[in-house]
Design a protein around this ligand. Structure first.
Ligand SMILES: [Fe+2]
Length: 186
């Protein structure tokens, strides 16, 4: 398997303010995400493939890949930031309405125990469903792929929102990049 590369942010560090500060984005991208990329590459180079090195690789590789999706899933804040076109159609079909989907996804994000993610998955049949990941595990679930993810590790919000994860999740909807979600949708 080839080494993986750090992908630069597709916007400036301060572009997501005031929802997510420049300080968080600098730490999140340049320290946390880069550490996962480096960790995955270091694990790939380890000659022995034992349980520890495989777990180490899985944790870091999935961490790197989840962050790639997360950073690309965001853009500068917009008022009334809602999906349109095929994304809205797919959401309506699977969740009855955008409001229902938003409620379910937010609930998933707020209730992740400890460090993890809320994820909107699309399976091979094209169906959408909401799930949670603990830490970074399970990047692919029976062929399903993540099309919208929200990082609820404390490193993603604590400097801006302290322990108010609910507030972070509420504000985050303003910066969802629905065009990027549309590109990931089959
Ligand atoms: Fe993160």
């Amino acid at each position: 398997m080839n080494k993986i590369n750090v992908i630069p942010l597709p916007y400036a560090y301060e572009a997501l303010e005031p929802v997510i500060s420049k300080q968080i984005m600098e730490l999140h991208h340049d320290k946390h995400y880069v550490a996962y990329v480096n960790g995955a590459n270091a694990a790939l180079e380890r000659p022995e493939k034992n349980r520890e090195s495989i777990r180490d690789f899985s944790f870091n590789y999935n961490g790197a890949k989840m962050h790639e999706v997360f950073f690309a899933n965001m853009r500068p804040a917009r008022e009334n930031n809602r999906p349109e076109g095929k994304v809205l159609e797919a959401i309506n079909k699977n969740f009855s309405s955008f409001e229902n989907f938003q409620k379910e996804f937010s609930q998933a994000a707020v209730t992740v125990e400890g460090s993890g993610w809320a994820v909107l998955w699309q399976n091979e049949e094209g169906e959408l469903f909401v799930g949670q990941l603990e830490k970074h595990n399970l990047l692919a679930l029976n062929g399903a792929k993540p099309i919208l993810v929200l990082d609820v590790w404390e490193h993603a919000y604590y400097l801006d929102y302290l322990n108010d994860r609910k507030k972070y999740v509420e504000e985050w909807w303003q910066i969802v990049n629905w065009d990027d979600v549309g590109k990931r949708l089959n």
